[in-house]
Structure formats: C-alpha cells, structure tokens
Design a protein around this ligand. Structure first.
Ligand code: GTP
Length: 326
C-alpha cells in the first residue's frame, strides 16, 4: 500500500446497544468486563485508527440517545452522512422497543442512502449472549434480521435503486465471545484497498509451505485481514484445489475469529506478566501450526496437515516472505 487511504466508518444504534463497548474491545484492548465502566457517548466521538500502516479508519461513534439521533437526522444530516464508506448499525437483541428501534433504523438508512449511496451497511444484532441460552435456534435473531433486510429493500425501492447502492449484511454479536471479531473482520476486509494482492501473497506462501492455509491478522487488533485460497467466508464449492485436497471445508467455520480472540487474550496476559509476545508454534498429531510476524503490522498463521512439513520449513519461508514484503 502506498498513499494513505481514509475511510469514514459510522457507528450508530440506540443508546446502550454496545457501540462504544465494541470499539473499545476491538481497538483499545478493553476486556468485555471493562466496558461496564463506560458512560453514554455525548454527541459524536471521532477517532482515527491507523490500520495496516496506510489505511486510516475515521470512526464516528454516534451517541444513541434520542435527542442526539434526532439531531443527526436534521441539523447534522449533511455532515454525518456524507462520504461514508461503511455504516455499522448496532441493535440490542434484548430491546423491548423493537418497533421504535426499526423506525429509527429506517430513517438512518434512508439518510445514508441519500448521501452516500454506495456505502456498505453492516447490521450487528448485539448482546446475543443474553438470549442464546433460552433461544438456541436463534429464532429471534432470524426474525429481526429479516425485518432489517426488508427495511433496506423498501428504502432501495423507494429510491429506485440502480444497483449501485452498497449491500447490507447482518451478524449476531456479543462482546463476550469471538462473534465480535467475525463481524468486524468482515467490515475491515472490504476496506483494505489491496486485498487481492495480500490474498495472492498468502496463497503463494501456503503453496510453498505445502500447507492447508495461511491467514493474515492485523497486528494490533488481531482482526483477520485475509486468507489464502478462496475468500474468507467462502462455501465448500468455492474452495481452491489445495483447500479441497486437504479437506479445509471440514474445518470449523469459526476458526479465524476464535484465534483472534485467543491470541488477543493471551497477549494481554503476557503484558500483565511483563512477557513479550512474539509468536508461537505448536504440533497436534500430524498438524503443524506456526504464528509469526509477517510485516510491521501483520501476523501470519500457517497451518500444515502433512506430517513431512516441519515447523522449520514454515519459519524459513515466513522469514523470506518478511524481507520480500517489508
Ligand atoms: P451510547 O453511548 O449511549 O450510544 O451507548 P452505546 O451503544 O455506546 O453502549 P455502551 O457500549 O456504552 O454499552 C452499554 C452497556 O452494554 C455496557 O454496560 C456494556 O458492558 C454492555 N454491553 C455491550 N455489549 C454487550 C454484549 O454483547 N453483551 C452484554 N451482555 N452486554 C453488553
């Protein structure tokens, strides 16, 4: 990446839905428990997060109390909704005012589509930890996400969408588990300008290591940037030859975000005990796993399932990739 790319990310949703909590867990190393100390956001809190060296995320955390939201939709409309790359809208699954919540969402999505027609929309239905036990099939989530998709479709048809408007994606999240990393990795993945080049490098590294996959993580947040072979959320039919040969389709769909969560937790423990975290390697049966820094702002995880692949081979190839990508 050469020139700095700036992307405006709006974080909106009703007060108490968990916007500032998410931002603090992902970008400021808060634990879920720490977020209980957070107060309500007053108006808009802007912060700039440098990502992968030359991508700057301008995060606009918009306080969700009704008086502020009414102001965003009137006096501040042109400022808030102009030049938006992504809107992340957070709902609280436990809310007892669903009709009111969706009415606000509809107004916000209309204002966004008017001012930033090609912005992507991520809807995070948060606090799933509070309902999952009594609703294991996630019926409530399914119904609420359906309502949201319908609203977006209605707004699009009212605006006679010409197909250029950005899409909408829904994720169930909780700050207490790895689901938060899945949702935010999905957002970030779409904002990185040279993502195809990164994916091609990872695929090359995977192939010379005779590995199942190579995955890149951003060094600070540990969000997944990209993986070798097929796209991040690909289904079985989209896997490339090497992934099919090694049975990557049967691996857990949640493996990337679980690694993000585990490594971030482990790194925090290292910080507390005064140790520095530089990477790790492990062997399980025939599987060899190596996690090492790849560039100043990326870690790479290489997983090999062939017993002839030694961790020294993987480390050797990562070492040579480091000098190539530095
Ligand atoms: P405003 O700033 O008023 O717009 O609110 P906000 O959306 O930023 O909410 P905030 O992040 O301040 O979170 C409110 C409370 O919800 C905090 O006490 C968090 O600990 C809690 N919270 C956030 N996310 C979750 C979650 O996924 N599960 C649970 N159980 N609690 C959460």
């Amino acid at each position: 990446m050469s020139a700095t790319a700036k992307r405006k990310v709006l974080l909106m949703g009703k007060s108490g839905s968990g916007k500032t909590s998410m931002r603090s867990v992902i970008f400021q190393n808060y634990s879920a428990r720490d977020t209980r100390r957070l107060g309500a956001t007053i108006d808009v809190e802007q912060s700039a997060v440098r990502f992968l060296g030359s991508l700057v995320l301008n995060l606009w955390d918009c306080g969700g109390q009704n008086a502020f939201v009414d102001n965003y939709l009137t006096a501040q409309k042109d400022t808030i909704f102009a030049n938006v790359a992504v809107l992340i809208y957070v709902f609280d699954i436990t809310s007892t005012e669903w009709e009111n919540d969706v009415r606000y969402f509809e107004e916000i999505i209309s204002a966004l589509r008017e001012n930033s027609s090609d912005a992507g929309v991520w809807v995070l239905i948060n606090k799933m930890d509070l309902v999952d036990k009594e609703d294991p099939k996630r019926k409530k989530y399914a119904e609420r996400s359906e309502d949201i998709v319908k609203i977006d479709e209605r707004v699009r048809s009212e605006m006679s969408d010409d197909g250029r408007r950005g899409g909408l994606r829904c994720f169930p999240t909780s700050i207490w588990d790895e689901s938060l990393y899945k949702a935010w990795s999905s957002v970030i993945h779409t904002l990185i300008p040279n993502i195809n080049l990164i994916t091609a490098h990872l695929t090359y590294l995977r192939d010379i290591c005779m590995a199942v996959e190579a995955v890149a993580f951003e060094a600070e947040t540990f969000l997944v940037i990209s993986k070798s072979g097929s796209p991040l959320d690909s289904n079985e039919a989209e896997l490339d030859d090497q992934e099919t040969r090694y049975g990557a389709g049967s691996l857990s769909k949640h493996r990337f975000e679980k690694i993000s969560e585990i490594i971030k937790g482990f790194r925090k423990t290292c910080q507390r005990t005064g140790e520095s975290f530089t990477g790790f390697e492990a062997k399980f049966d025939d599987c060899t796993v190596v996690l090492e820094p790849l560039t100043q702002n990326q870690f790479v995880l290489v997983v090999a399932a062939d017993p002839i692949v030694e961790s020294a081979l993987i480390q050797y190839n990562i070492y040579h990739s480091q000098s190539h990508l530095a």
